[in-house]
Design a protein around this ligand. Structure first.
Ligand code: AMP
Length: 433
């Protein structure tokens, strides 16, 4: 199967070729003809399957140029990052078509978006909140929307957008084509699909665990306060250049970023408290390999599109097992294989078992490689009798006297058996497993 067989306009085929793609992915093979036929579509597809092009290409195909100022296609996404990425994708695929793409999302000034809308656009990509804000101000004209796509519908519902979505739908003309993309199917999603879609073509090319199958999963059990040391070791010893690290909280993301920086690993955090420009900058730095570790919360990571991301680390396991699937969906994209590491604290074993149920496969614990526990600043001198009992923060072979191997960590590829024996016994906390 090649893109040529899908019946897309020549300008779109050129843009696809410009991007270097010759074979459509499974979702593209099914979603593109379904959307071109004009029918409603219900597609089960995760990030990483090529779903964006699966709806963007047929939308661009269906829109003709110079119709007017009001958009004729609307794509709704849960997050600003995803909106920006979908718009970027539409601009790239639409570069030979003359079609205009606008994107609107919150967290940034409204005026440029208002100006953009006034200048006119053919395809509009938006997050629900800002879309409704602009609607309330009377700036938006959705009367000509003939194609409506709800992307990552499950995320939308998770983020509490159901009422916003219903409001948006009410603003659209009755006669239109609808498509809904969702990675998971809850009763709420089914109810929304039943409300939105008419006799949809159902496409299910990505059962939940296909990405999971392509990913190498590793779990290490260890005390909480050892996690950052093991992570620093994995990054340095494995010579990792790009790793996406997930924490459960924004605060945790900030703290870990500082700790990694303290360990000499260039890092940035990306979460909802960061300004849009800070998030964009962090993402750009990460993509350009200016930072090694991007530390993210689940919400902030949604829709991140990072090509060939080799490593994902679950610094803390997610409370919702499906989030694990979304997290690791950032690696192993479009056919590549990936590596997912979970650092499992003493109280997180149950979460890992829940994840295994969703994955329908075991994620066995591996013995942690030997890692050093370092402190960034020299600890204050202490009399020997006051040495901390746990030993976790100030092992005898701590920062100032690194254990064998630690001083060589920047040397790539060393694999002496001593480094594979696990840290239990070398550091006090290791025995607690
Ligand atoms: P998505 O699932 O839409 O987020 O896309 C995942 C990644 O796959 C993106 O980096 C796309 O650029 C890439 N991609 C999309 N379509 C193809 C294709 N036909 N061949 C190879 N890569 C693709």
């Amino acid at each position: 199967m090649s893109f040529v067989n899908l019946g897309l306009a020549p300008g779109l085929l050129r843009a696809v070729a410009d991007k270097g793609y010759d074979t459509p992915t499974a979702i593209q093979t099914r979603a593109i003809p379904a959307m071109l036929s004009g029918r409603d579509v219900l597609a089960s597809a995760q990030t990483g399957t090529g779903k964006t092009a699966g709806f963007v290409l047929p939308l661009l195909h269906k829109l003709d140029t110079s119709y007017g100022r009001a958009p004729r296609a609307l794509v709704l996404t849960p997050t600003r990052e995803l909106a920006a990425q979908v718009a970027q994708c539409a601009r790239e695929y639409g570069r030979h078509t003359g079609l205009r793409v606008q994107v609107i999302f919150g967290g940034v000034g409204m005026q440029p978006q208002i100006d953009g809308l006034r200048a006119g656009c053919d395809l509009l990509v938006a997050t629900p909140g800002r879309l409704l804000d602009l609607e309330d101000q009377g700036i938006l004209d959705l009367d000509h929307v003939a194609h409506f796509v709800l992307d990552e519908a499950d995320r939308m519902l998770d983020m509490g957008f159901i009422h916003a979505i219903k409001r948006v739908i009410k603003l659209l003309p009755d006669k239109r084509q609808n498509a809904m993309f969702s990675a998971t199917y809850s009763d709420d999603i089914r109810a929304l699909a039943a409300r939105l879609l008419h006799d949809p073509v159902a496409i299910d090319v990505a059962p939940r665990n296909t990405v999971a199958e392509r990913v190498e999963h590793v779990a290490y059990k260890l005390p909480k306060d050892h996690k950052r040391h093991l992570l620093a070791h994995l990054i340095k010893d494995g010579d990792w250049h790009q790793v996406l690290v997930f924490t459960r909280t924004k605060h945790g993301a900030n703290r870990l970023t500082e700790q990694l920086e303290g360990a000499g690993i260039r890092s940035a955090a990306i979460h909802g408290n960061k300004s849009q420009s800070a998030r964009v900058r962090a993402l750009e730095d990460f993509k350009a390999n200016r930072i090694i570790a991007l530390v993210a919360t689940d919400v902030a990571s949604r829709g991140l599109d990072i090509k060939e991301l080799p490593h994902v680390v679950n610094y803390e396991l997610p409370n919702v097992p499906e989030d694990y699937v979304h997290r690791i969906g950032r690696t192993a994209r479009a056919g590549a294989t990936g590596h997912a590491v979970s650092l499992v604290g003493p109280d997180e074993g149950g979460l890992l078992r829940d994840i295994e149920k969703v994955l329908k496969r075991a994620v066995p614990y591996a013995a942690a490689p030997q890692f050093a526990i370092t402190v960034s600043a020299p600890p204050p001198p202490r009399p020997a009798q006051h040495a901390p009992r746990s030993g976790a923060h100030a092992p005898r072979q701590g920062a100032r006297q690194p254990p064998r191997g630690q001083g060589q960590r920047s040397r790539p590829g060393h694999g002496a058996p001593a480094h594979r024996t696990g840290n239990a016994g070398r550091f006090g906390g290791g025995r607690k497993h």
